[in-house]
Design a protein around this ligand. Sequence first.
Ligand code: 5AD
Ligand code: SF4
Length: 442
Amino acid sequence: MAPTRKLFVKTYGCQMNVYDSERMAETLGAQGYVQTDRADEADMILLNTCHIREKAAEKVYSELGRMKPLKMAKPDLRIAVAGCVAQAEGEEILRRQPIVDLVVGPQSYHRLAEMEARVARGGTAVDTDFPAEDKFDHLVARPRALRGPTAFLTVQEGCDKFCAFCVVPYTRGAEVSRPAAKVLAEARDLVDRGVREITLLGQNVNAYHGVGEDGADWTLARLIRALAGIDGLLRIRYTTSHPNDMSDDLIAAHGEVEKLMPYLHLPVQSGSDRVLKAMNRKHGAEAYRRLVDRIRAARPDLLLSGDFIVGFPGETEADFQATLDLVEAVGYGQAYTFKYSERPGTPAAERAQVPEDAKDDRLRRLQALITRQQRAAQDAMVGREVGVLFEKAGRMPGQMVGKSDHLHAVHVAAPGIAQGDLRRVRIVESGPNSLGGDLAAG
Ligand code: 5AD
Ligand code: SF4
């Protein structure tokens, strides 16, 4: 048998990268690699990268710089760059950082083992194709060790929306949905091995339209209803969604499918119609507000999450005020805020930019509002009874920590709770980062 080689994986960016990293580690596992959490003892280092904002992309080059001494000390150490920076920059990575041996884009992960073999023969390998075959047919979707009762499952990839700020349509390619039968098989397998909660992933997950088990085109709602039929699967979530793809059947599912959790990440990016138009979002602020009202009518206790960009080219103080107004009116339980970052090759990068100090100022003001809303949403849980799926032991003896239906961290001191248990919990306190509760009677 070949000697065991060690693989160190570092993942940046979104949850899809987390999912992909696990698949890649498994594929390399079949080549004899076992994972290590120490870069200094690795035979191969794999960085799974993100290109969404400039800072995210630059992190990769600083990390590679830090890895130089490791490569000097061990010349046959293999260094691989995967993910969206790999896709966007390709060969350029080898030029900028010659310690890199292998560059692989998100659609070519199934070729990783073959590329690694090429590198072993003494070359470099770059693959940023968008091949016709389905990488998921070739990637191992069966991690040996699951990390707990929750798992991600990619059902859709890529994006056809072309928001003017975004690299995703270029790095992840056109929208593709996996067939429902494959998703269901993967979900059943996860559940057989102890998973109780599945988060369906896609860059535009609510645009899912995979071929169904009956040969018809299935929507995300249809897929969710089929998944809800799996015994032992207790919770379903999905992320991330575009407002224009929140179809009636998906909204209805929020009211009807008990396993579908009352939490929705529905980015709007800006509250100004002018900016939304310039962003090519293809909807206005009022339409978004009406949509949220309809979803909340279906599921009144829904906790809403979002993404916001401040300082998009052309954004004025009045536009920014419209974003603050929208946030005030809608009310978020959670949200991510970003300063606009110029991405090469995207339309907005060519436009006149907002000065950095204005961006900083707006980011601070928006973050303050969102933090206040987040706090209020968390505090409002006190006195309520919610479901909690327990994931691991807490810091205190006898304590277990899990996530509520609304994705709040909850700690409970109660003997006899096991990882993977879903229990009703009465929330009694709201701390800085988590809620505390007691098991509800019955
Ligand atoms: N600059 C800043 N934020 C961006 N996002 C996407 N592209 C950019 C960019 N160029 C944000 C959006 C998106 C989230 C994943 O990242 O808010 O929803
Ligand atoms: Fe980053 Fe987008 Fe790529 Fe995810 S898909 S890693 S968020 S650039």
